[in-house]
Design a protein around this ligand. Structure first.
Ligand SMILES: [Zn+2]
Ligand SMILES: [Zn+2]
Length: 197
């Protein structure tokens, strides 16, 4: 199943022009099976997210895009508690406690591959395909993902309607909620896919 693991909506991500219902409608129209809301440094209230999923009849998962000293970090399985971390190290400690996973987002966007001993320790992998990045940046990110424990993930990083559905993660195992998302990621049975320009 195809799930976009990187999406931004209003009002939690003020840089986005997408309303949550609009995002869901477009995702469905463009052939996705689910989305994961990854607002900047903010988690959706579980009740509101569940309500959106119920209202739209669509799979709506929760994650977060953290701003850290090592760049943007996509976190899954950190459904409660703080979504603000001063460092990637403290986000890693929180992920360890919560049983969550961290992926370095758009690692080649700044024209600089961020790789160090800590990078490989803190992150399960990187975002190998980001719908808002160039082909060359995604090629570099895909190459980088080979150095990690798990495959790279894919997501649109959608902030506008046209960006929805450009990239996603194709899972070979079923995902129905946050627990099964974390389990599916941990199993490594997925691949990042570029869907359209
Ligand atoms: Zn980002
Ligand atoms: Zn983003």
């Amino acid at each position: 199943m195809l799930i976009d693991l990187h999406c931004h909506t209003l009002p939690l991500s003020q840089c986005s022009s997408l309303r949550p219902e609009e995002l869901v409608d477009l995702a469905r129209e463009r052939g996705l099976d689910g989305i994961c809301l990854t607002e900047h440094d903010a988690l959706w209230e579980e009740q509101e997210r569940t309500e959106l999923a119920r209202r739209t009849g669509f799979l709506v998962l929760g994650g977060v895009e953290l701003t850290t000293d090592m760049g943007h970090v996509l976190a899954f399985g950190l459904s409660s508690g703080s979504a603000t971390f001063a460092s990637a190290g403290s986000a890693f400690a929180a992920a360890q406690t919560a049983g969550g996973l961290l992926y370095l987002a758009h690692p080649a966007r700044d024209g600089l591959l961020r790789v160090s001993h800590e990078t490989v320790e803190y992150f399960e992998s990187v975002e190998a395909v980001n719908g808002s990045d160039t082909r060359l940046q995604n090629l570099a990110a895909t190459g980088l993902a080979h150095g990690f424990r798990l495959p790279g993930i894919g997501g649109s990083d959608a902030h506008t309607a046209t960006e929805v559905g450009r990239a996603a993660t194709r899972f070979a195992v079923p995902v129905a909620d946050e627990a099964s998302l974390v389990a599916a990621l941990r199993s490594g049975q997925y691949e990042a896919v570029h869907l359209r320009d």
